[in-house]
Unconditional design. Sequence first.
Length: 348
Amino acid sequence: MTPAAGPDAALIAGVLAGDRRALAKAITLVESSRRDQQDRGQALIEALLPHTGRSLRIGVSGVPGVGKSTFIESLGLHIIGQGRRLAVLAVDPTSSLSGGAILGDKTRMQGLARAPAAFIRPSPAGACPGGVAARTREAMLLCEAAGFDVVIVETMGVGQAETAVARMTDLLVLLQLPLAGDGLQAIKKGILELADLIVVTKADLAPAAAAAARQTLADALTILRPASPHWQPPVLMLSARDGGAVAAVWSQIERYRQMQCRGGEFERRRRSQALDWMWHLIEEGLRADFRAHPAVGALLPDLTRAVASGTLSPTLAATRLLTLAQANRAPADWPPGAPEPDCPRCDP
């Protein structure tokens, strides 16, 4: 397909040619908070969409300190050693106080960062829940259009609720530490039932504890319904510096891909993910429109103060604002008989 004409035609051509600088610039566009930049980024996505969908998408999750970056570098070097191209989208937590992010994951993958066949892009999570960034899906599509065979999404490592990555990847690898809890604790981890492959890391530091953790997790999986009817998640032990163990992990990933392709699960999963993505963007757009509504913006400060002071219930405040936004009316058009929206002190 011929790249689209227009001001970003050269950028589109650069992404399709696998130019890393063009890819980085394209990701910056889709991650921008500026509306004009976002529009350009979405136009890029639409132009490049026919060139996406051919990569294997792998999510890697686990608590902070489990060794995600070390694992990804070892696995990544193994992948590119087989002649494949690899992109890594690493999500770093954003400070709730300063709003900044360190974006330090790339420094832990120095060997992989120097490899010509690898591309590593750190991004701040911002306010996006679930351990991923707001535009990780779009960035993943751009990496696919750039010709990368495997795209790994590394979550920021917040714990049990980090499930969003499972809704955008083909396979979720969950890393676990030895001595991370008993069987009941394992079952309580919501992400465990979404994992397609579980790896107990740092097995060389405490082999007995790692073996016990592996058995505990394997036992827990027997009473959980697997994410795929065609696959029972294996539990492996790993020292990321052990080339043989890393090769065993990749072998399981390859076996998973083959089985899922035969069962048609890959296509079903991706169709479901596309619909999930659409609804996420709809909800995101509705929130943005709500906040941009002029009548809502005029009333919001008063209602916010009233809720904070306890003179107005959050439920009534939210109902007034939503009704106002949905009806697209100014406060003067409030329905007859309803409490005046500019009177936040009324009895909830």
